[in-house]
Design a protein around this ligand. Structure first.
Ligand code: SF4
Ligand code: SF4
Length: 340
């Protein structure tokens, strides 16, 4: 069922939703850009529908809303511990098709990879409802069509601004708000049909893995990559974290355990007890990341990890393109096959 709402009606709907939900959307974050006096499109809690940025891609992905950059898991003191209280409101997340697919990838790792689901993730994940932002056209560096993530069905309602109003395809009329505030309207969400960038995914067999690891295609990244980790922090599907125990200065017997996002590209990620560290070479870190996104994850879960949002290519200060690297890998593999 579709509806059309004017700005005032959309804001009434938003205010009604906010009684029981926190509502997050891509918005302009003034002064938060990479350079001084520049802005950033990132996720924040909105109060007015006009705060939503529809015509640009967000720098960071929506995952930071339900999988925080820093998350306190528990507080400890001698003889006891307690978990932080959770906000009992639901979470409504405005995001694009690729990012909805990315949450499904995170679910695989956080809920299905081990014998038990990650309860801290699950607590917040269970609160999520999606609002699909239409993608009438592709943004720079997107390759969602190659990854098959340009179309999503898992949303409560879709949203696009058109001719001074908002058009919504409603699958779940939360609290009956659309029926009471909106005008019935024929609405079909708009999805991208084509991207400027095409990525050919490699079909890798187990026998080929050894020759890929030693292939010279990774050499260029040895010097080009500066191990800043931006590609990981902007990626909606990266899920690695590290643990930090904080001991309070005024009482060192008390403190808290936090988990904090980690990056497979930065120094220290592979440090082990005894002073060992593997993958110190940045080319091999690139190989690890790319193979994880297009081979290992698929082998485990039956679909590639990357959803083609292109954010890693948007943010890399060295202009390293993940999409190009995957295409190079596919070409290299064809060459390996020809020589076999
Ligand atoms: S690897 Fe790059 S293109 Fe793929 S999902 Fe992550 S940020 Fe997006
Ligand atoms: S963003 Fe670019 S330079 Fe930074 S770690 Fe990733 S690939 Fe390397």
């Amino acid at each position: 069922m579709g509806y059309r709402l004017l700005r005032e009606e959309m804001n009434k709907l938003l205010q009604a939703l906010k009684k029981n939900h926190r509502v997050f959307a891509p918005m302009l974050l003034p002064g938060k850009g990479r350079f001084s006096d520049t802005d950033l499109i990132g996720y924040g809690e909105i109060n007015d529908i006009e705060e939503v940025v529809f015509d640009r891609k967000s720098y960071f992905s929506p995952k930071e809303v339900f999988y925080p950059i820093t998350q306190t898991l528990f507080y400890f003191s001698p003889g006891e511990y307690r978990e932080p209280q959770l906000d009992n409101r639901g979470i409504i997340l405005f995001c694009r098709s690729c990012d909805i697919h990315a949450v499904a990838r995170l679910d695989k790792i956080m809920l299905e990879n081990g014998p038990y689901p990650d309860t801290y993730y699950l607590q917040l994940r269970n609160k999520l409802k999606f609002v699909l932002l239409d993608c009438p056209s592709s943004f720079t560096n997107c390759f969602c069509v190659s990854m098959g993530t340009q179309h999503a069905e898992n949303y409560s309602f879709s949203l696009r601004p058109e001719n001074g109003a908002y058009l919504c395809d409603v699958k779940e009329d939360i609290e009956g708000l659309f029926a009471s505030l909106g005008e019935p309207w024929e609405v079909t969400p708009l999805f991208v049909q084509q991207n400027d960038i095409t990525v050919a995914l490699p079909k890798i067999t187990e026998e080929q893995v050894a020759s890929i690891i030693t292939h010279n295609l990774w050499e260029e990244y040895k010097t080009r990559c500066i191990a800043c980790g931006r590609c990981n922090t902007s990626c909606p599907t990266c899920s690695c974290f590290t643990m930090q125990d904080l001991f309070y200065e005024d009482n060192p017997a008390c403190g808290e355990r936090r988990r904090v996002w980690a990056s497979c590209q930065v120094d220290g990620f592979t440090d082990m007890a005894g002073g060992h560290s593997f993958r110190q070479d940045k080319g091999q870190r690139m190989r690890f990341k790319v193979m994880h996104k297009v081979y290992d994850f698929e082998k485990r879960f039956g679909l590639p990890m990357c959803v083609g949002c292109g954010r890693c290519d948007d943010v890399c200060p060295e202009y390293i393109s993940f999409a190009n690297c995957v295409n190079k890998l596919t070409t290299a593999l064809q060459e390996v096959k020809q020589h076999d």
